[in-house]
Design a protein around this ligand. Structure first.
Ligand code: PLP
Length: 373
């Protein structure tokens, strides 16, 4: 649900007037569109959006308004959500494992690119029209991201070369893709992957139609400065030019987190406060679902019930979610103002990615309301 905010761009003013007892996401469409423009202008290739990071209709609509026309999808509901926002959008079905029913639906919806990381999944794509683009997904043991995606998907170099040859033999069009792992602020990871892709394609004797360098771009999570996306873009561009003999294949990226994180701020209310510990109205089963694997916490403001920022000295506070499961607590204490009290709000910035998308119904809690600023 998207509600227009009648009180301007200030979450504090909105909270003071509405005193919601349930969690609220504040959505800044202008920020989302500016981030999309930053990718479209800065990335040296085509830009797609990984829908799983935040599939809310207001997100898809604003990305389309900003000029995005290609979306990375992993399921039939994600394809339907994209089509609802943009009937002629291009779909990249880059979940490398699919049921036959999902493949049939993807064909019906005109998917333009498919990824595979094993021969058995390529076999399942036998009904694709000749020339269809198949992106072979590579995995390498490179650290650098906050969370490794290679643990589940991706073919190792030898298998990737064999897959490329199988794709070409079947009259399909070979591309390559990889994912550096999410929240990756190390351009060297892309450099290693791009060099490996060039070598594997050369060894397989195929020309890549495109090279998709994945998502993984870092969002601003910690207290330090925001990640420098342009530095990563420049390194990707230079790596591709250096890695291939002759002109490199056209590049594609599929950011999720870095596209949408900054566009949402999450307001959580303090249900109970005791010395050194608080209970919030959402937690690990809701919009903080990522926090156990990817803690954040560098960008939190605390507002009192009048909407004023608390400025007391920071103390470590253990933070619990609202459900009756003892797992529902943040893994480490957060530094929060000592004068923090019941019915205060925590305003957490940069919370647009893997937040609303992970909310469960457990115990009847979870952040669902979106207020547009
Ligand atoms: C999740 C995912 C992405 C987006 O990753 P971010 O780290 O959110 O940018 C892109 N491509 C694929 C195939 C994914 O699974």
């Amino acid at each position: 649900m998207v509600k227009q905010d009648p009180f301007g761009a200030d979450p504090g003013a909105w909270l003071r007037r509405n005193t919601p007892d349930a969690p609220v996401f504040f959505f800044r469409p202008a920020t989302l569109q500016a981030t999309a423009q930053r990718f479209l202008r800065g990335f040296p290739g085509a830009v797609t959006y990984a829908v799983k990071a935040n599939p809310a209709p207001c997100v898809l609509d604003n990305l389309v308004a900003a000029g995005l026309r290609t979306f990375d999808v992993a399921s039939v509901p994600e394809m339907q959500a994209v089509r609802a926002a943009c009937p002629d959008a291009a779909l990249h079905f880059h979940n490398p494992v699919r049921s036959r029913a999902e493949i049939a639906e993807g064909l019906r919806l005109g998917v333009q690119s498919w990824s595979v990381d094993r021969l058995s999944e390529l076999d399942k794509l036998a009904a694709l029209p000749p020339g269809s683009e198949i992106a072979v997904r590579l995995k390498l043991p490179v650290p650098g991201a906050a969370y490794d995606f290679g643990a589940k998907f991706g073919a190792e170099p030898e298998a990737a070369a064999a897959l490329l040859q199988a794709v070409a033999r079947r009259g399909l069009t070979p591309s390559m893709t990889f994912h550096p792992g999410t929240q990756c602020d190390a351009p060297a990871v892309w450099e290693r992957y791009i060099a490996a892709c060039a070598g594997i394609a050369a060894r397989a004797g195929v020309t890549l139609r495109r090279l998709n360098v994945g998502g993984g771009f870092a969002a601003h999570r910690g207290a330090g400065p925001a990640p420098d996306l342009e530095r990563v873009f420049a390194r990707i561009d230079a790596s591709a030019k250096a890695a291939f003999t002759g002109p490199p294949p056209p590049l594609v990226c599929e950011p999720g987190r870095a596209m949408v994180a900054e566009a949402f701020c999450l307001a959580l209310r303090v249900k109970a406060a005791e010395p050194g510990r608080i209970t919030l109205n959402d937690g690990l089963y809701g919009a903080l679902g990522e926090w156990r694997d990817l803690p954040a916490g560098g960008r939190i403001a605390v507002l009192d019930p009048a909407g004023k920022t608390r400025t007391g000295p920071a103390h470590p506070v253990r933070v619990f979610g609202p459900t009756c499961d003892s797992l529902d607590q943040l893994p480490a204490s957060l530094p929060l103002p000592a004068d923090l009290a019941e019915e205060d709000w925590l305003l957490i910035d940069g919370m647009g990615a893997y937040s609303g998308a992970l909310v469960t119904d457990f115990n009847g809690f979870g952040a669902r309301r979106i207020v547009t600023l």
